[in-house]
Write a protein that binds this ligand. Structure first.
Ligand code: NAD
Length: 448
């Protein structure tokens, strides 16, 4: 639904009121359009010493045709309006090196273009070679999260931790964080480990892959189906029989196959596996998007309401994942994505059932990531914040307005923002990306 306040702030009267009264000023966020470059402006790159990660970052910037300059201390020049600032902090071995953050960013951050990108790359703290290095690397989180709150006009700040010897895995993640595909991902930390090197066409990274999307008939699920198909995947859309018509519309638009079933039914996993194997020879990507809310305070929570939410949001993904993995219907090298929620991180009044289920999705990721790595299957989750869908349109006006503004970007996200994050996880070139929970929340203040 339209954000009327945001539309008003773009009018001459709105602009004046925003300026004079210091009201929120949510810049409309550009989204990625097919055929456009990863980044459409100059990049300033800085580093602490010469590192393998730094070399990989510069190779990528060349590869995507970005005009970039290097500077260990940012240059304050009104002539340069960088679209992105990328800083390689993997070379920080002690807290003394943290001064470089201030030296590089302080002069140049003011020049960042609207909807600009800041990406800091660090070394995974727990894999540091000394306590001093671990302390310095962990400190980067506080820096990026605070800078995320300081930069305005639709800019985002994210941190990518890369494991030792995993610098060659940086490409797909940097492409995501530098591009408008990550428009609503802000203040996040992504972790990259080692994995097989996969080189594919970044414009069709999912070509030849089959993806299952549950709850694909509408909202976020329909956006996920569209986006995975755009990236080359053949999509199997699942939804309940009552939503046959909207599901058919989605599938006929993208040319996949549909499967009408309730994910909580006893034979759901078997039917999905049989459909995938018979119609497509197997599966490469599974997105557990189907979800429901049945909000009540715990004192008024009936057992059937509690169970319904836990069944759809958590038990079904757990059961379906187990069956698809155990039977091999999900091929080695595949990717599983759970859809959690900010409520699963922060908790929410009236949502004990929903938050339990969504925190459980994070548990699913953490429990399975190490085991599935043996078969090079990756599992990650997105945790959306306030996303403009039919679900959030039903929230009463005042609560909806608060939900929309209580984040660094001062607006709600769109289903496409969740879908783009899932497409990054699903990309075979993200072979080193597993065990992550990334919030798509505009750096919401809740649960931060
Ligand atoms: P939605 O209600 O618009 O769509 C959910 C889809 O899932 C529907 O098509 C529905 O028919 C399907 N579904 C529900 N139960 C099912 C079942 N048992 N079997 C098969 N299909 C089933 O919701 P949405 O806003 O698009 O949310 C999608 C996901 O994102 C959910 O998991 C939700 O919890 C999560 N989420 C949404 C938001 C938000 O702001 N909209 C925020 C955080 C998390």
């Amino acid at each position: 639904m339209t954000d009327r306040y945001q539309t008003f702030t773009r009018t001459p009267l709105g602009k004046t009121l925003v300026k004079n009264l210091g009201l929120p000023d949510p810049l409309p966020l550009p989204r990625w359009i097919e055929g456009s470059p990863v980044i459409d402006g100059p990049v300033v790159f800085g580093a602490i010493g010469e590192t393998d990660a730094g070399k990989a970052i510069q190779a990528l910037l060349r590869d995507i045709g970005a005009a970039f300059s290097t500077a260990n201390e940012g240059v304050a020049s009104s002539e340069i309006r960088p679209k992105a600032l990328v800083f390689d902090a993997t070379g920080a071995t002690s807290t003394a090196d943290l001064s470089s953050l201030q030296r590089f960013f302080s002069p140049v951050v003011r020049q960042l273009a609207p909807a600009g990108r800041v990406v800091v790359v660090g070394r995974t703290p727990e894999l540091s070679s000394s306590p001093e290095q671990q302390i310095a690397q962990r400190a980067l989180e506080g820096f990026t999260r605070s800078l995320g709150k300081e930069v305005k006009r639709g800019a985002t700040v994210n941190l990518v931790y890369v494991a030792p010897d995993a610098h060659e895995q940086l490409d797909s993640t940097l492409r995501f964080f530098l591009s408008p595909k990550s428009a609503y991902v802000d203040g996040q930390v992504a972790r990259i480990g080692t994995g097989p090197l996969v080189s594919n066409d970044p414009n069709r990274p999912l070509a030849g892959r089959t993806a299952l999307v549950t709850g694909a008939a509408r909202g976020i699920g329909a956006a996920i189906a569209d986006t995975l198909a755009r990236d080359g995947a053949t999509v199997i859309g699942v939804d309940v029989p009552q939503n046959a018509d909207p599901l058919r519309k989605v599938i006929s638009r993208i040319g996949g196959t549909e499967l009408l079933l309730d994910v909580t039914s006893v034979d759901a996993a078997q039917r999905i596996a049989a459909h995938a194997q018979e119609q497509h020879g197997g599966l490469d990507i599974v997105v557990h998007n189907a979800g429901i809310t049945r909000d009540r305070r715990l004192v008024n929570m009936r057992t059937d309401v509690w169970d319904a939410v836990l069944d759809v949001n958590l038990r079904a993904p757990e059961r379906i994942t187990k069956h698809l993995v155990d039977t091999g219907a999900l091929r080695d090298g595949g990717s599983i994505v759970g859809v959690s929620s900010m409520a699963g991180i922060a908790g929410n009044n009236g949502q004990t059932n929903y938050a339990t289920s969504k925190a459980g999705v994070i548990g699913l990721v953490q429990a399975l990531a190490p085991k599935l790595a043996e078969r090079q299957i990756r599992i990650n989750a997105v945790a959306p914040g306030f996303i403009e869908t039919e679900m959030t349109a039903k929230i009463p006006f005042t609560i909806r307005e608060v939900g929309r503004r209580l984040n660094s970007l001062q607006q709600g996200g769109l289903p496409i923002d969740v879908a783009e994050t899932i497409a990054w996880f699903a990309d075979p070139a993200s072979a080193g990306v597993t065990g992550n929970v990334v919030r798509v929340c505009g750096q919401s203040l809740l649960g931060a």
